[in-house]
Design a protein around this ligand. Structure first.
Ligand code: FAD
Ligand code: NAD
Length: 463
């Protein structure tokens, strides 16, 4: 078969690229090696983790908040099997949705491993073998969990996020290696369900790539929720002993040893190009396993593009989607643009963490003169009504021009609140602009307005 565009990989990067290209009139094929579409995000990432986060949040609220609300529940317990079944049905619904969208947009779906025969030909090796000729090709093969050197993820007791999303029992003690996004999200799921959760993090802060104040507040709140943290600790060995896992780590104050029922390794993800036979197309990967691309997401071969987790940049579903649309529109002769500084990052703990633009550490390092306004949720009417008192909004603005340079939120539904900041920054708003916009009362978005007021002349109204 011959196509205008062939996409290898059906994650949020790949399937969105395919849809946009089909909308623009291209004849499109998509290749996926797994039986279901949607990639990491829909099958073993964003969607199942959020389903379990939502379920465990309900349980936690029933245990810790209902009484204060005057709701009495007797004999509360977790039906873990049902929780997992609901998660699987959410995944099923979402992956079938992508299948429907492929059909609706007349995109040909091939199941099997896509391999380059040459720069314009891809072989699909599945139950049947197909040879596909294509004018242009997008590699959207995503990423896989990383492990630590010399330590094997046996998928039984030493697990990655994929297994943590399908456990058959609630661990008594879960040790998480890595206090990043996955560690804090999946750690939260099991902490709420009753596991003892210990997080061993190499750096001195949780979520260390985000603004430092967010990591501190996240740690404070999760300590209250029952987490144990070992920051500044380097894991030196992970060994299984029957049904237990022994984790050794080295900190500034000396070595520690933890015994767990399960050890979740959440130390990042690596780009995935196994089986693609890149060399047949004249392509190779860089020292970190990524496919090198230029500003147009074009590889060393001009008709082959690469997007999402398999290339440089944040490993986020919405970043992959933007890149998918970018390449499709570029191929259609349009002039698309992505501002990577405005890709928001979210951690779906409770409270949620959300961020866009520059962190305070980045502004300091680059010598930009800035001012900062911070406002806590503690005194916000909606937050008090909902008993969501932790967290704050921090707005960083240019000292001279007042342009908003970064917004960092930890608080209730921060994931939704960050959208206002992204829109503001897209239109190059000043902190004064946000301060002057009417925000509905009572909403937690008023905290953003107060932070903007604080950033412009220290005039927050409810401080
Ligand atoms: P992927 O989604 O990884 O898809 C790649 C696809 O390519 C896969 O289906 C794979 O099977 C297929 N493939 C690979 N090689 C071949 C081949 N040779 N032939 C055919 N098919 C092939 N991001 C967010 O933005 N928000 C979140 O809340 C979030 N939560 C996450 C939670 C977890 C537990 C994890 C692990 C990740 C999460 N992410 C989240 C990250 C997000 O899942 C990824 O950034 C996103 O899926 C990347 O999309 P992609 O299209 O580049 O690749
Ligand atoms: P991450 O980069 O967020 O966190 C990994 C953490 O492990 C870091 O804090 C790092 O310092 C630590 N670490 C590394 N080596 C270590 C060691 N030897 N000992 C102790 N700690 C060590 O990676 P992740 O949490 O595995 O997530 C992978 C990717 O998936 C991320 O890029 C993330 O963007 C994406 N993801 C996103 C979301 C979301 O958007 N909500 C959710 C889950 C995953």
């Amino acid at each position: 078969m011959t196509y205008d565009l062939t996409v290898i990989g059906s994650g949020p990067g790949g399937y969105v690229a395919a849809i946009r290209a089909a909308q623009l009139g291209m004849k499109v094929a998509i290749i996926e090696k797994y039986p279901t579409l949607g990639g990491t995000c829909l099958n073993v990432g964003c969607i199942p983790s959020k389903a379990l986060l939502d379920s465990s949040e309900h349980y936690h609220a029933a245990q810790h908040k209902f009484e204060a609300h005057g709701i009495e529940v007797k004999g509360l317990s977790v039906n873990f099997g049902q929780m997992m079944n609901r998660k699987s049905s959410v995944v099923d619904q979402m992956t079938k949705g992508v299948q429907f969208l492929m059909k609706k947009n007349k995109i040909d779906v091939y199941h099997g491993v896509g391999k380059f025969k040459d720069a314009n030909t891809v072989l699909v090796e599945g139950e049947e073998t197909h040879e596909i000729s294509s004018t242009n090709i997008i590699i959207a093969t995503g990423s896989k969990p990383s492990s630590l050197p010399g330590m094997e993820i046996d998928k039984k007791r030493v697990i990655s996020s994929t297994e943590a999303l399908t456990l058959k029992e609630i661990p008594g003690h879960l040790v998480v290696i890595g206090g990043g996004v996955i560690g804090m999200e999946l750690g939260s799921v099991y902490n709420r369900l009753g596991s003892k959760v210990s997080v061993v993090e190499y750096m001195d802060s949780l979520i260390p790539t985000m603004d430092g104040d967010l990591g501190k507040e996240l740690q404070r709140v999760h300590k209250k929720q029952g987490f144990d943290f070992y920051l500044g600790h380097k894991v030196t060995s992970v060994k299984t002993k029957g049904k237990k896992v022994i984790i050794d780590a080295e900190g500034k104050k000396g070595p520690i040893q933890l015994e767990a029922d399960y050890c979740l390794v959440a130390v990042g993800r690596r780009p995935y190009t196994d089986g693609l036979d890149l060399q047949n197309a004249g392509l190779s990967t860089d020292e970190r396993g990524r496919i090198p691309v230029n500003d147009h997401l074009q590889t060393a071969v001009s008709s082959i593009f690469a997007i999402g987790d398999v290339v440089q940049g944040a490993m986020l579903a919405h970043k992959a989607e933007e890149e998918g649309v970018f390449v499709a529109e570029l191929l259609a002769g349009q002039k698309p643009h992505i501002d990577y500084n405005l890709v928001p990052g979210v951690v779906y703990t409770w409270p949620e963490v959300a961020s866009v633009g520059q962190t305070e550490e980045q502004l300091k390092a680059s010598g930009v003169a800035y001012k900062s306004g911070k406002f806590a949720f503690r005194v916000n009417g909606r937050a008090v009504a909902g008993m969501d008192l932790d967290g704050f909004v921090k707005i960083l603005a240019d000292e001279k021009t007042d342009e908003v340079l970064g917004v960092h939120i930890i608080g209730p539904r921060a994931a939704d609140l960050i959208a206002e900041a992204v829109v503001a920054m897209e239109f190059r708003a000043t902190a004064e602009d946000i301060a002057r916009i009417c925000h509905a009362h009572p909403t937690t978005s008023e905290v953003t307005k107060e932070a903007a007021l604080a950033a412009t002349g220290n005039r927050a109204l409810h401080a």
